[in-house]
Design a protein around this ligand. Sequence first.
Ligand SMILES: *Cc1c(COP(=O)(O)O)cnc(C)c1O
Length: 479
Amino acid sequence: MSPSILPGSGESEVQKNPRHLPSVDRLLATPALSALSETLGRGLVKRAIQAELASARAQPSGHTDPPSEALIIDRAQARAQKDAASRLRGVINLTGTVIHTNLGRALLGEEAIDAVAAAMRGYRALEFDIESGERGDRDNVIEELLCRLTGAEAATVVNNCAAAVLLALVALGARKEVLISRGEQIEIGGSFRMPDIMRAANCKLIEVGTTNRTHLRDYRDAITEKSSLIVKAHRSNYAVTGFTSEVGDAELGALAREHGLLYMVDLGSGALVDLSQWGLPREPLPADSLSKGADVVMFSGDKLLGGPQAGIIVGSRLAIDRIKRHPLKRALRVSKLVLAALEATLRVYDSGHRLPERLPVLAMLTRSQAAIKEACSRVAGPLAAFAGDSFEMQIVDCASQIGSGALPEERLPSAAVMLRPKERLGRSGGVLQETLAKFRRLPTPVIGRIRDGAIIFDCRCLLPAEEALFIEQLRLGET
Ligand SMILES: *Cc1c(COP(=O)(O)O)cnc(C)c1O
């Protein structure tokens, strides 16, 4: 046994506590930290104290004085508060991308928010038929609405559109051949790849046509007695332009019927209303594909629809019944919270009344460039002051993106606060990255982007309700 760990040895005191730091118990008993334990819990505060003591011990001794007890208390307090804060941080989205997958996609309307809060507090007739007192089906909550809004015979909902594609392929195409154009072998961000999903669903993928051109005869020639499904996938995040041709829903629907196959359309974004009524580019509607002969159509709940994350499947009674009977449906089902939010969102569409005011996604997409410019001029001063005087500020025209694969080619005219370094930058552009990082370190991080050697803050998605707080935190953060 080495002498240094013998009890009572002076050396051991020094080894255990080489810098004469206060003990954990002593710190826990101080008024500040014991009060914090009451709110955050003793375990969490204790961990923060231990971490601060460890970091004090790790400092090379001899060069600096050990931190004072007051300083350790302050740091432990800050660390405990940081540890207790949600990791799902609120951020201010000035990227210009409205449906930003990494920032949580669609913001929900007030009706949906209220419905979710109420559904969390109380029991709901989720799978319960109130009239008969018997077990019901959770899809009943939204099926009638979805049928009315899309013209479908039946509808169901799962966790997201990727799950909808997987489930439909498994239920309708497993162990059979599934035809899809080479131009639609898509990869959507976050490792959703059509060929992988086909494999996971145990479908034999039959590629049809070429990348830029696929004709009806290509599909016809590929049909065998093992074929089950013809699939069309919205290309979402890329475009094929130039010498191109693809086959429309009407022809593919007819071809599928002629051969006793089903025709499935993965729309991805899928809007429920024609966006061109607000001067936006038109995104294909589920109703279009269904009316032209699709048997099943799936689309996301949290893209252009502006609702919660969900994968909505609409189509013929026959196809939807097969999908609902598959055991995977149970594994991919949505919660009552999602159903509450989705139902409330669909009711806004069903009313047809004041949609852009009630659905934040539509509000942001339809915001005029003039209104965005005004928002820019309200926040430009504080943004520039926070960035510091090595930048030149200017309000500029820019282009926002819809995001999440909706109309990737289309840009919405927008406005931004641009911060350009006064000095010519070196090759690395490190100053821009550092400054963006400084904005991300604000209490509510501000997310911008770099374009052409300058920082760009597109104000399309700056909500009027959060503007005052936004300006306030920039003022407080100024150095
Ligand atoms: C976005 C998208 C998906 C995936 O939808 P999630 O709801 O994110 O799962 C699938 N297919 C297409 C064509 C898409 O655009």
